[in-house]
Ligand binder design. Structure first.
Ligand code: AMP
Ligand code: MG
Length: 467
């Protein structure tokens, strides 16, 4: 993957407006006292035709000041949505239904066509209060914003379908939070996601018994997000597509050693892209009970429970679609989740191991053996994949738990060689909580952003080695 591909054309869209009023509320963004650009993702921007001043025709050249006008003051992008839209949705939060949520500190700012001809949303986090803010201030902490950038960069490099962070701006306010030292610094983030349609978007329409709007939403998702031509049973087709995508996402989380932390139905996108990063963590070792969110007392969204949590999520989508479809075919599609998850889990494991697939049964046996050995040995996950990339395991006492893996690997070929200089590093690029806290401490104590930007560069370098 080239670091600086040819910029795409700038192609604004307004597809969301076709859904109409019941899906959103138009509103004004917050006015912030300061705008200090902290992260500008020119790589992602180039894919939607937004470029630094002085480059290509057909694109939208933005100086840093113009960038802030759009991505911190939210002057509409030319030709796209004329006013920010807070999206309406409900959701199960830790499995209890909440009809009082919706975009409470973000909105849909713009839509564009990306370099792969897909509809892409530009959404915000921390852009001010909305009709759904309840008691919240509508703001994002700078630490929360920096953490979201780090999570998205790391997940993208590890081949996890994820939103991307386009822009992070510090906004000069003092925020009070119960779970961070306060007052704490504020920020506004712009994220790229191939839709912000969540399972909770469907749940709200079921709650409102609005079959008409449900049909429109199903059609919007199938045609504009999934690129399908709906047939005679659109609701079933939709669940089928979402089951496949969400099963893949769960599988990629596991191979990445990632714990999202809050897999509520309002955080699950029907495109199967992970987004909305709060208390996320990477698991140091393969420990199914490892939990990211301090408030997840039951371990509902613990590392090893993520596949089941995702299955439960798609079940809620099917329940919502009962508004316009019968139960038996919906259930039939839901029952395919475990099988599709298992296939995707093997594929994800082989990808991270840097080996080419062989046959489905053998690939699964290998993936299961790796999982069992990682759990039994408690070898650091990143260390294992760093050493094993390409399919050869080192010798030595540390590797005794991996003998069955070693035997199975002998039938596999590398999908990529180890010629990238990354593979000669002393240690893998990781993102454990201790390092996240160190990166934040440099910002909090000295306003030193060097470790943050160095880390993004190191992650992108790892991404090239893995690609
Ligand atoms: P989350 O757990 O981050 O997905 O958020 C759940 C709900 O709470 C969503 O409707 C958010 O928009 C809302 N929310 C979270 N933090 C705030 C905040 N500081 N101000 C207003 N709403 C918020
Ligand atoms: Mg959310």
């Amino acid at each position: 993957m080239a670091e600086n591909p040819q910029p795409a054309r700038y192609r604004p869209r307004t597809d969301i407006l076709a859904l109409g009023e019941p899906f959103y509320d138009a509103l004004a963004p917050a006015a912030f006292p300061e705008h200090i650009l902290r992260f500008r993702n020119d790589r992602a921007a180039a894919e939607i035709g937004i470029v630094p001043v002085g480059s290509a025709a057909d694109s939208l050249p933005l100086s840093d000041e113009a960038w802030l006008d759009h991505f911190a003051r939210f002057t509409p992008l030319p030709g796209s949505i004329p006013q920010p839209l807070a999206l309406r949705y409900h959701g199960h939060q830790f499995q209890s239904y909440n009809p009082d949520i919706g975009d409470g500190r973000g909105f849909l700012y713009a839509q564009v066509t990306d370099h792969r001809d897909r509809l892409l949303d530009l959404g915000t986090k921390g852009s001010g209060q909305t009709p759904y803010s309840r008691f919240g201030d509508g703001r994002l902490t700078l630490k929360g914003g920096a953490r979201e950038v780090l999570a998205t960069e790391m997940l993208e490099a590890l081949n996890v379908p994820t939103s991307r962070s386009l822009s992070l701006t510090e906004t000069g306010e003092e925020l009070v939070r119960g779970d961070e030292p306060s007052p704490t610094r504020s920020a506004v983030l712009v994220r790229l996601n191939h839709s912000h349609v969540r399972i909770g978007t469907f749940q709200r329409l079921a709650y409102e018994r609005d079959a008409d709007a449900m049909y429109r939403l199903v059609n919007y998702v199938l045609t504009r997000l999934h690129g399908r031509t709906p047939g005679g049973a659109p609701a079933i087709e939709l669940v089928d597509e979402v089951v496949g995508r969400v099963a893949t996402l769960a599988a990629r989380f596991m191979a990445a050693g990632f714990v999202h932390g809050v897999l509520n139905t309002d955080n699950i996108n029907v495109t199967g892209e992970s987004f909305d990063y709060g208390p996320w963590r990477f698991a140091p070792t393969w420990n199914a009970g490892f939990t990211a969110a301090y408030f997840d007392h039951q371990g509902l969204y613990a590392f090893g429970r993520q596949p089941d949590a995702m299955h439960w999520n798609v079940m809620q989508l099917a329940v919502a679609l009962r508004t316009i479809a019968d139960a038996p075919p919906l259930i039939e599609v839901l029952e395919t989740f475990p099988e599709r998850y298992a296939a995707a889990a093997a594929e994800a494991m082989l990808w991270r191991l840097g080996i080419a697939p062989r046959d489905p049964a053998a690939d699964r046996a290998l993936a299961d053996a790796v999982t069992a050995a990682l759990a039994a040995s408690q070898m650091p996950i990143d260390h294992f994949f760093f050493e094993a990339f390409g399919g050869w395991l080192p010798e030595g006492d540390d590797w005794t738990a991996f003998e069955s893996v070693r035997a199975l690997l002998s039938d596999y070929r590398p999908r990529s060689d180890r010629s990238h200089p990354y593979w000669s590093d002393a240690a893998p690029c990781s993102m454990l909580i201790s390092e996240v806290e160190q990166i934040w401490a440099a910002i909090a104590e000295r306003d030193d952003w060097t470790p943050f930007h160095d880390k993004v560069a190191a992650i992108r370098r790892m991404g090239q080695a893995l690609a």
